[in-house]
Design a binder for this molecule. Structure first.
Ligand SMILES: NC(=O)c1ccc[n+]([C@@H]2O[C@H](COP(=O)([O-])OP(=O)(O)OC[C@H]3O[C@@H](n4cnc5c(N)ncnc54)[C@H](OP(=O)(O)O)[C@@H]3O)[C@@H](O)[C@H]2O)c1
Length: 306
């Protein structure tokens, strides 16, 4: 309907861009928005590092990209395991000279809020800590003009993130955990953008809401029959197609219009205002520091904090 199922590169008006010199890591590209984005970038000629846990699905995405104009490889890493995140970063260091774009897209709403090995809930760990860790471990792989794009959600609105109570999971629902992890995505993206600018790195950081997209595998952890019910909304005029969701990610990855844009939040390929909590600089700085603390890492770009 209304052309929203057209390929993302057409919706993003970048179908004529030549990405043959570009290497892009799209996390969570074995299904959904990431998969459609990876295939779109492949058609534009990019080398795409496809990531997820499902090797069979990852192999199918690689085949699809190689049947178009791109090249691709699949790297498996479970984002609930910091060692696997490090191994992914290591693979990128060893195999490419420059990472042109990192799409921090992997994530979801998970079945439980039981703590992971880091003592936090799975949504905070997989949706926020893992991309934070991956990004800082890849800082050396970025060059002038590189971009980091993080998939957040409209779900960040109306929620807050109390870092003092992060480890207290009593009464935390899976939905509340998801929403606050998506708030963390924007706070992280903004803080990253500011620190990279202060470090004079010429590397941008943006985040976005892809839309409400029942056509991806996002509903896989919904309880009972609600997964099937959710997927029925794929045909609704009030939801977005996977292609439309991917179009904002493709736009932020490729479009020259946003080559210098940093610290901004997008939806439907336009910059919009994130919630006040997401834009709060003090919260962004504290999240950055607390994330390093939980991961037991030195705070990255510490000297460039404002
Ligand atoms: N669908 C929506 O309505 C919607 C709305 C707003 C934002 N989003 C965001 O969009 C992003 C993509 O979601 P989607 O809708 O495309 O859902 P999806 O089809 O379920 O895709 C999620 C991707 O993340 C990967 N992933 C999940 N858990 C992982 C883990 N522990 N380790 C490594 N990879 C993992 C999955 O790979 P494997 O299965 O291979 O592990 C898959 O490739 C997410 O960040 C989500 O929060 C979605």
């Amino acid at each position: 309907m209304f052309g929203f199922d057209r390929p993302p590169e057409e919706q993003a008006k970048v179908a004529d861009e030549d990405c043959s010199e570009m290497t892009v890591l799209v996390t969570g590209s074995t299904s959904g928005i990431g998969r459609v984005t990876a295939c779109s970038l492949g058609r534009l000629g990019a080398h795409v590092i496809v990531h997820g846990r499902n090797a069979e699905a990852g192999g199918a995405v690689v085949d699809q990209i190689e049947d178009s104009d791109g090249t691709a490889e699949f790297v498996r890493a479970d984002f609930a395991d910091p060692e696997e995140v490090s191994a992914l970063a290591e693979h990128v260091h060893d195999s490419v000279e420059t990472l042109d774009v990192l799409c921090n897209n992997a994530g979801g709403l998970f079945e439980t809020t039981e703590p992971t090995a880091l003592g936090v809930d799975p949504a905070f760990h997989i949706n926020h800590l893992a991309p934070y860790q991956l990004t800082v471990e890849l800082l050396d792989s970025f060059d002038s003009g590189s971009r980091v794009v993080t998939t957040s959600s409209i779900a960040h609105r109306g929620t807050t993130l109390n870092l003092d109570e992060l480890l207290d999971l009593t009464g935390l629902s899976t939905v509340a955990a998801y929403c606050r992890s998506k708030l963390a995505n924007i706070q992280f993206a903004n803080e990253l953008g500011r620190r990279l600018a202060a470090a004079d790195r010429d590397v941008t950081s943006t985040s976005f809401h892809p839309g409400v997209i029942p056509g991806s595998e996002f509903g896989r952890a919904f309880p009972g029959f609600s997964t099937e019910l959710w997927q029925l909304f794929d045909q609704s005029p009030f939801t977005e197609s996977v292609e439309e969701g991917a179009s904002t990610l493709v736009y932020l990855t490729v479009s020259p219009e946003v080559a210098d844009t940093t610290g901004a939040y997008f939806a439907r390929r336009r910059e919009i205002k994130a919630s006040p909590a997401a834009r709060d600089r003090e919260s962004q700085r504290r999240l950055w520091e607390r994330s390093a603390e939980i991961l037991d890492n030195e705070e990255p770009l510490a000297e460039f904090a404002e």
